[in-house]
Design a protein around this ligand. Structure first.
Ligand code: ADP
Length: 481
């Protein structure tokens, strides 16, 4: 395969080719115009000579052919114009005959043998190139043929000189064009070289480096700025992945350390069956917590990678909260928290993924349970609001400060202390809830008063409004993985 030439060389070649073709075309046009002007000048000169012969003949008294001959010899014999001149009348009488032409043209056409206009032609006479005009004229009713000529030697010498100089100049101009093209493209592309060099230096170790700001306010400056913005996004993404990994490792280390500590302590001495049971229970709790944490981490990792699968189907929100109530009722009862479920009297059917919406509901109910003290109250409510079905989990718990509210959906962000001995949490639940809501074209909204309670809610478009979805029995969101 032929290697592709660098852009600067290609640009220089293009410049050279275009400039070269333009130069050659211009020179050819110049030459043609000069030639044409010279030919026109010569034709005019020849016509002028014919006219001067006519003026001369008109100045002669009529019917004096002989004296005309003598006078013509006297007039034209000494002038340059007479060197290539011949004049003959309609009866074949020579009025004037140049010896230079006589040998070459022993016979000159009579005027009646010629057409009305003159004829221009060229011939060589010894060392001379002559351009000649044969033209009929009429003076006082008599007709004459005039042949006159011009030597081209001087003109040809000038033209030859002109050609030679052009031939010499052309390669110089073309060389200059090539050099200029190369220098210009090099200069124009030098910022690209700077950007390439800097881009090659950037790796995952120095993602905070940026490409040079060109400050030229042109396309290359735009490109550099756009690439820098892209680097900003890559750096932010890379940083968040690093933080996610570090936080995940930290979160997993805590239950593992607890399990290790529990087992070490219980194995250090002989224990009663009751004590062993307590240790096992504690280990089981930590294992369950660790299992949940790993589930959430995996779900978020799949969400980030775009491989979390959602199976969209028609769901009844009433049914969803009823199922959740069955699972959560005993825990609320144990914690002495009043727990109510208000189903919608209207049709709250929506289009969604059952498992992930159930997960979202569990996250919100779990939080409500953990952050509501004994004697409090948690309500799960479903209702129709126009074309929307709304879902809310309301509690009378510790609430969230207005400073924390914007941040609680960030990964690993924790604000409040869990109540009734609930597990401390990982700060990942709401991040996952947010992602699930987004995949259902909605969001999780929070309203909260510190010390008085919180309400988390989401709105979903009802199934009769989601016609395009409703017609499809099941679609998958996310790439299979
Ligand atoms: P965690 O596992 O810590 O609960 P989440 O992402 O579910 O993580 O919640 C993030 C933070 O939001 C919690 O640490 C808590 O401070 C606050 N929060 C969430 N739900 C409630 C609630 N119902 N009442 C009070 N604070 C809450």
């Amino acid at each position: 395969m032929i290697p592709r030439l660098p852009i600067r060389i290609r640009l220089a070649l293009w410049f050279f080719a275009v400039f070269g073709v333009a130069t050659v075309a211009l020179l050819a046009a110049c030459l043609w115009m000069v030639h044409r002007s010279i030919v026109e000048l010569e034709a005019n000169e020849l016509q002028e000579r014919v006219r001067s012969v006519q003026r001369f003949l008109e100045a002669q008294p009529p019917k004096e052919a002989l004296s005309s001959q003598q006078r013509a010899c006297a007039v034209f014999g000494v002038t340059h114009g007479g060197k290539w001149l011949q004049i003959i009348d309609q009866d074949g009488n020579w009025i004037y005959r140049s010896i230079h032409v006589a040998e070459m043209y022993p016979r000159l056409a009579l005027p009646q043998e010629l057409g009305s206009g003159g004829t221009i032609f060229q011939y060589s006479a010894g060392d001379h190139q002559v351009r000649a005009l044969i033209s009929p004229i009429t003076v006082y009713g008599r007709r004459y043929t005039v042949q006159t000529g011009l030597t081209l030697n001087k003109t040809m010498a000038i033209l030859d000189d002109f050609h030679r100089q052009l031939l010499l100049l052309t390669p110089i101009v073309l060389l200059l064009a090539a050099a200029t093209g190369y220098t210009m493209s090099r200069r124009a592309l030098s910022p690209v070289a700077a950007i390439t060099a800097e881009a090659q230096r950037i790796s995952d170790k120095n993602l905070d480096n940026r490409l040079p700001a060109l400050g030229t306010r042109d396309e290359l400056a735009d490109m550099s700025e756009t690439l820098n913005q892209m680097l900003d996004r890559i750096e932010a993404g890379y940083r968040s992945v690093r933080e996610f990994t570090a936080n995940a490792a930290h979160e997993l280390r805590t239950p593992v350390s607890l399990i290790c500590a529990e087992t070490e302590i219980s194995l250090a001495f002989e224990r009663t069956a009751e004590e062993y049971r307590e240790t096992c229970e504690s280990i089981q709790q930590e294992s369950v917590r660790m299992g949940k944490l790993i589930d959430t981490l995996l779900a978020l990792a799949r969400a980030d990678a775009g491989t979390e699968l959602l199976y969209m189907e028609v769901l009844d929100l009433n049914e969803l909260v009823r199922d959740a109530a069955k699972k959560w009722a005993p825990q609320f009862q144990k914690a002495s928290i009043a727990y109510t479920v208000d189903e919608s009297s209207g049709d709250p059917r929506i289009f969604g993924d059952r498992a992930s919406l159930r997960r979202l509901l569990d996250i919100l109910i779990d939080n409500a349970w953990r952050y509501t003290p004994e004697g409090g109250m948690v309500s799960v409510i479903v209702w129709r609001d126009g074309h929307q079905a709304r879902l809310a989990v309301r509690d009378t718990g510790i609430g969230i400060s207005s400073n924390d509210q914007p941040r609680i959906f960030e990964r690993f962000y924790r604000a409040g202390r869990p109540q009734n001995g609930g597990h401390p949490g990982s700060g990942l639940g709401l991040a996952l809830a947010h992602w699930i809501a987004e995949k259902h074209h909605t969001s999780v909204e929070v309203t909260s008063d510190l010390g008085r309670g919180s309400c988390f809610s989401s709105s979903f478009i009802c199934v009769e409004e989601a016609v395009p979805y409703a017609r499809t029995p099941s679609i998958q969101v996310g790439a299979p993985g």
